[in-house]
Design a binder for this molecule. Sequence first.
Ligand code: HEC
Ligand code: HEC
Length: 324
Amino acid sequence: MDFEKEKKARKLAIWVIGIMTGIWIILSVFSFTDTKERVRPRTENIHFNGVSALKGKQVFQAYNCMDCHTIVGNGAYFAPDLTKIYEQAGPAWLKAYLGSPGTYPTKTIVDIQLKQLLSKGEDLPKDIDAYLEKYSGAHDRVEHRGGVDALMPNLQFSAEEIDALIAYFIYTGKINTAGWPPKVIADKSVIEDQARKLEEASGIIRTSSASSAPSSGVENNTAQTTESPAAIGANLAKQLACTACHSADGSAVVGPSFKGLFGSSVPLTTGNSVNADEEYLRRSILQPNADIVKDYQQGVMPSFEGSVSEEQVNALIEYIKSLK
Ligand code: HEC
Ligand code: HEC
């Protein structure tokens, strides 16, 4: 009798284990096929102009692009992440850029590449304006950097290598990165907070200059707790990453130091000099390519036109003025 019971129990146990093993195998197969599709589209199946993405991957490795760039965050942080570059800029911009990485392509040059690709039967928007509308990254690059010197070395690719790299970027563009890399946008709340503080500060300056007006105790209190425009400018210089390129101690980083700049005579690439007054500082921040300081290059400093308010520019100027 006991023996029969044991036999039944063992049979049941074998069934349970069998079913669980079955479920485990099925789930494993599912998870494997799923991730394979999601993370690893196949390089062999993706082509551009008849060249495979697998070839592109080899070119990418042969030229050590990863020494400067990242793909899904892997690589060096010297140059932009390239995972989604195809979706952003499209093949005509990439052809133009990789063909001459010493300079950012202008609209005309992208148009020439687009016409060539269309003549080869590539499925692309029929004219340059439609192309720039579809690939907004190409639009932005043409608009803001077209014709400007680029920092990337000219690696003298062959036409086939360029097509291979474009195929590789089509492939990386298909990788589901779950939104990576994050879009770098200035933290609006910080900038608004700064703008509010500035308004307060300039309000104080206005009240205190009208010295005949009797000031209440409340105003005096705010006057003590509100930062000066120069201090706000110093903070802003950090938030806008001016300090990544400009030092406050006289050492040259990527750009000239702010120390002693105000009121000095700045030598320009043209051979002329300019007096660094407020107007010059303002122009340097809003139109950095208007004057280029001697021994420095055009196109390195981004323009802050439209991304900073009038009051913020004033605060930055006050900050630079304070570094004697
Ligand atoms: C020595 C560093 C370096 C190497 C190596 C390098 N790049 Fe770059 N690349 C840069 C820099 C810096 C930039 C962006 C700034 C500029 O061009 O002014 C850039 C920009 C780019 C851009 C445009 C990105 C954009 O968002 O506009 C592409 C595309 C690109 N590189 C592709 C490549 C490929 C492909 C390789 C390898 C075959 C490569 N790079 C190797 C430094 C490098
Ligand atoms: C990516 C690097 C970079 C960043 C970021 C940057 N700059 Fe510059 N800046 C430069 C370079 C390079 C020059 C010199 C070439 C030129 O004149 O454009 C320059 C020039 C200047 C000059 C003229 C300096 C002189 O000696 O005459 C001023 C003023 C200035 N920048 C202010 C700013 C401010 C303010 C910010 C932030 C809002 C900023 N820069 C952000 C690179 C940068």
